[in-house]
Ligand binder design. Sequence first.
Ligand code: ZN
Length: 108
Amino acid sequence: MLATGGRVRVVQGTFEFCGGLLPAGLARLPQSCRFSAITLGHVILGVNSQCLDRLRAHEQVHVAQYGRWGPFFLPAYLLSSAWQLCCGRCPYRDNCFEKQAYAQDDGR
Ligand SMILES: [Zn+2]
């Protein structure tokens, strides 16, 4: 991201990257797959700094989840989404990790 004009800053123990080619790349994704920010361990990628500021509390919950689950987080996250989809629910909003992140984020 930095090589394509993006920026990085260290906030609350994470590297937050934004800008660069990410916004243009996301615009090419199908609407249902687009996101404003995503957490990968202690790295948070955001479309821009305003998104990172707005979504920081939510993404910090995912950072904590990564810390708790380690390498099992991503498979567990995907399994939760698959289970919700099989049950006819939303694979994103009904994912147990997202529910926890939204519950803690909404409470602030
Ligand atoms: Zn989330």
